[in-house]
Design a protein around this ligand. Structure first.
Ligand code: OOG
Ligand code: MG
Length: 256
């Protein structure tokens, strides 16, 4: 199977680089396991590193019911972030670089102390250096944004970009913050950070466990995106997206 995994990885890497749709891997490989899928994800992140991108952290996915329902997959997943995915807050996003990009409100953590394996919420919080409001650009490479659990994991959990706003102190309470995502001034998604596993710190606990299982650790300086708090919004050219987070501030960009 391993020779095959690199062929499958190459297909997804090509789809991401050229912003073209790919067919779901399980259509041709119905036996693809979760383990295979994470192996494919790692192969493609290694390709990115080989092209000069740098590791900057992790993203958690499907940590809220709204997200699980929107994509029809209900397992917490994770992916890897590189510096090339970081987008300039307040800038213009070129939609042509993506297959069918969506945006979702997230909470970002920056890690101050290594964290891996089974940790308590208190231990996870103690490892946080700062928290910030964030938005993630997700762009499933699969046709119609439709995928199975192994498909989405192999596709680096749809990760393609992220915006981070101003950092706040690590003891800022982000357990239940109101969130409003606006498109051209009109609210399109309204929610709370509590939608993220009841408290976004639980996403950090899951991140430590899941990356630990893969032999990795959340490291000082790493950014961790806790997962979308609401369903994602499909982007169109001309939209100004602004998400306001109670007490943390706002994050915005324009779609060009
Ligand atoms: C999968 C990625 C999920 C989140 O925050 O829940 C995700 C997808 O929706 O394409 O990033
Ligand atoms: Mg997300």
């Amino acid at each position: 199977m391993s020779a095959n995994l690199s062929v499958l990885a190459a297909t997804l890497d090509e789809a991401a680089r050229t912003a073209t749709e790919a067919t779901q891997l399980i259509e041709t490989h119905p036996d693809l396991t979760i383990e295979d899928a994470y192996a494919i994800q790692l192969l493609n992140v290694q390709r990115r590193w080989a092209r000069g991108e740098r590791r900057v952290g992790y993203k958690m996915g499907l940590t809220s019911r709204a997200k699980m329902q929107q994509v029809g997959v209900s397992e917490v997943i994770w992916g890897r972030l590189t510096d090339a995915m970081r987008l300039e807050e307040g800038g213009t996003l070129s939609l042509g670089r993506y297959v069918h990009a969506r945006v979702e409100p997230e909470i970002a953590y920056i890690i101050g102390k290594p964290l891996s394996g089974e940790v308590s919420a208190a231990e996870a919080l103690a490892a946080v250096e700062a928290v910030a409001p964030a938005m993630e650009i997700i762009d499933s490479r699969y046709k119609n944004f439709k995928f199975s659990l192994p498909d989405v994991i192999a596709d680096n959990s749809s990760s393609s970009g992220f915006y981070v706003g101003a950092w706040s102190k690590p003891d800022t309470d982000v357990s239940n913050l109101g969130i409003v995502m606006e498109v051209n001034g009109r609210a399109v998604q309204v929610g709370s950070s509590a939608a993220i596993l009841g408290n976004p710190v639980r996403s950090l606990v899951s991140a430590a466990r899941l990356v630990g299982r893969a032999g990795e650790s959340l490291m000082p300086g790493d950014i961790v995106l806790a997962g979308g708090a609401t369903a994602a919004h499909s982007l169109s050219v001309g939209e100004h997206i602004r998400t306001v987070f109670q007490t943390l501030g706002a994050v915005s960009f324009t779609v060009g």
